[in-house]
Design a protein around this ligand. Sequence first.
Ligand SMILES: Cc1cc2nc3c(=O)[nH]c(=O)nc-3n(C[C@H](O)[C@H](O)[C@H](O)COP(=O)(O)O)c2cc1C
Length: 192
Amino acid sequence: MSNLIQLMYISRATFKPTPAVQGIEPNVARILQSSRINNAKVDVGGVLFYGNGHFFQCLEGDKAAVHTLLERLHRDDRHTDVKVVSEKPVHVRRFDDWSMKYTAINDSIKTLMGKFGFKSFDPFQFDAQHFEALIDALEKMNQPDDVIDGNNPKQSSKKSSSRADKERSGLITMGIVALILIAGVILVTQLL
Ligand SMILES: Cc1cc2nc3c(=O)[nH]c(=O)nc-3n(C[C@H](O)[C@H](O)[C@H](O)COP(=O)(O)O)c2cc1C
């Protein structure tokens, strides 16, 4: 039986934000890099959001793997006030293609904050409905402007397999064309 869970938590960053490099805060970039490597090994996925000095992270994976990660997260001094806001068993993953999707504050999130009546992103003010709306918005973000793709192991393997698929279908098409040509030549020689 599957022990798949989805766990969401919020926390406050302890570092002072430094200017973003290629659209991403350098401390967050380091977190993301090790997250993607570690999570791919234990089949944990999800999304990380960083904005206004706060983190929101949704983790999906085997219960034991997610809890082991949560213990490490509690010990990580790059953030504080780690608060689990939801944990539930699930049948399907919402972030199946990502060992860790990443999104920083953008127009969609700003619009969402406006709808909630918040001036800035402060997840410590959120209720359950706010978190559901946030996770929906983060799931939908696929545009390069919204999502910082970086080096995502799951995504890059997906990309290379679709390239391989294209090459395979190209070869099949060439084979069919060659067969039609040979059949045509045989037909013409039989008729002559
Ligand atoms: C906000 C935040 C989110 C993090 N998310 C993850 C994660 O998804 N996966 C992970 O392995 N480490 C994550 N980390 C880092 C862990 O706390 C820990 O430093 C790391 O897993 C240790 O692994 P390493 O020794 O390979 O760096 C996160 C840290 C922070 C501050």
